[in-house]
Design a protein around this ligand. Structure first.
Ligand code: ATP
Length: 198
């Protein structure tokens, strides 16, 4: 049976970079945040969002994601409401994706919030990608053209590296890209053996 590797890490830690390395090593990768973005445009999700948040969140029939983010940011009740719409839809989509990849011994599920969402129980192993806070801040400022304050706000909403690491099976410290790649390969080797043994 396919084993699922949960891959997480704070913003700017390099999750997607490591996920892409897994992909280049032949492991199918599901990037939950990208899939969620697509799923949020599905008719089913759109109609639930309209019902819960009202029509003003749409412009010419298109969901205004920035406006929605503004509404839920700092309002735990509204954030919970949105999560209750989006999370089950992503879960259902991932279930189908898993069936489509059932011939693979290992797959990777990458998400920024694995622990925070309670999703971590669904995985066979969890890998945390970590990096020094200052490097993460600089990477995101460069990548997204945002301010330091905006990055810090997003970091505050997530678990700390210490919290993630304490609940993970493996940690990939992503400072030197080559060392991080080698660590990824080492972990994959171990998990291939574990998968065969199971
Ligand atoms: P997010 O949570 O925002 O999706 P992420 O954890 O997936 O972020 P990436 O998008 O993989 O992180 O990396 C963030 C940025 O840092 C990217 O521009 C990436 O190219 C760069 N980066 C990744 N790893 C390193 C590294 N070891 N050294 C320098 N830059 C890196």
């Amino acid at each position: 049976m396919t084993k699922i590797i949960g891959l997480t890490g704070g913003i700017g830690s390099g999750k997607t970079t490591i996920a892409n390395h897994f992909r280049s090593l032949g492991v199918p990768v599901y990037i939950a945040d990208d899939e969620a973005r697509i799923i949020m445009q599905s008719e089913e999700v759109i109609s639930s969002i309209k019902e819960s948040f009202g029509g003003t969140i749409f412009e010419d029939g298109i969901l205004n994601r920035a406006r929605l983010a503004e509404i839920v940011f700092g309002d735990p009740v509204k954030l919970k409401l949105l999560n209750e719409i989006v999370h089950p839809a992503v879960k259902k989509h991932f279930k189908q994706w898993l069936l489509d990849h059932e011939k693979f011994p290992l797959v990777v599920y990458e998400a920024a919030i694995l622990f925070e969402s309670g999703n971590y129980k669904d995985f066979d192993w969890i890998i945390t990608v970590s990096a020094p806070l200052e490097s993460r801040i600089q990477r995101v400022i460069e990548r997204d053209g945002v301010t330091r304050e905006q990055v810090l706000e997003r970091i505050k909403a997530q678990w700390s590296d210490e919290q993630r690491v304490s609940k993970s099976d493996f940690v990939i410290e992503n400072i030197d890209p080559e060392i991080a790649k080698r660590k990824t390969e080492e972990i994959l080797k171990i998990l291939k053996i574990k998968q065969k043994e199971s």
